[in-house]
Write a protein that binds this ligand. Structure first.
Ligand code: HEM
Length: 146
C-alpha cells in the first residue's frame, strides 16, 4: 500500500516538474514575439513595412495589383509564428509566392530596409530588430530568383 502511494507521488511529482519545465520553455520561446510588442506591435511593424514598400520607387511595381490588406494579414501571421507567437501561418511557401516576381538581391535589400525603418518608427530596440532580421535572412534563398 505504502509503495503504491510512493509510486503515485513520484508520478505526480514528475508531472508537476514536466509542467513547470514546459511552461518556462514556452515563455522563453515567445520572447521575441513579446519583444516585438505581440500581435499589436507586429501589426504596426508590418503595416509600416508594407505601406513603405508600396511607396518605395525601387520595388513598388512588384506590388501592382496585390491587395495590401491581405498581404499584411499574411505577413503578420508569418512574423507572429516565426517569433514564437500563438499564430499559424497558412500562406504559401516563400518560393511559391515570390517565383513570378523575379526578385533580385537589391529588391530583397530594399524590402528589408523598409522593414528596418518600420521597426525604428516603432522604437523596436536594435538587438530585437536583429533577431527578427536573422530569422528572415535565410529566406533569401527561396525569394531571390535572379
Ligand atoms: C524576407 C523577405 C520577405 C518575406 C518574409 C516575405 C513574405 C511574404 C509573405 C508571407 C507573402 C504572402 C504569401 C501568401 O499569403 O501566400 C508574400 C507575398 C508577396 N511578397 Fe514577399 N516577402 C519577402 C520579400 C519580398 C520582396 C523582396 C518583395 C518585392 C520587392 C516581395 C513582394 C511580395 C509580393 C508582391 C507578394 C504577393 C504575391 C502575390 O500575391 O501575387 N516580397 N511575401
Amino acid at each position: 500500500m505504502r509503495s503504491v502511494r510512493r509510486l503515485w507521488m513520484t508520478g505526480a511529482l514528475a508531472l508537476l516538474i514536466g509542467a513547470i519545465v514546459a511552461s518556462t520553455a514556452g515563455a522563453a520561446d515567445d520572447g521575441l514575439y513579446r519583444a516585438l510588442g505581440g500581435d499589436a506591435g507586429i501589426a504596426r511593424i508590418v503595416d509600416g513595412m508594407i505601406d513603405r514598400a508600396y511607396a518605395d520607387e525601387r520595388i513598388k511595381q512588384k506590388f501592382d495589383g496585390v491587395n495590401p490588406k491581405a498581404l499584411k494579414e499574411s505577413i503578420r501571421k508569418q512574423f507572429c509564428q516565426l517569433s514564437g507567437g500563438p499564430c499559424v501561418y497558412e500562406g504559401e511557401t516563400m518560393a511559391k509566392s515570390h517565383a513570378h516576381l523575379a526578385l533580385n538581391k537589391a529588391d530583397f535589400n530594399a524590402l528589408v530596409e523598409d522593414l528596418q525603418f518600420a521597426m525604428e518608427e516603432q522604437r523596436v530596440p536594435f538587438a530585437v530588430q536583429n533577431r527578427l532580421l536573422a530569422l528572415l535572412a535565410p529566406m533569401h534563398r527561396e525569394i531571390i530568383t535572379r
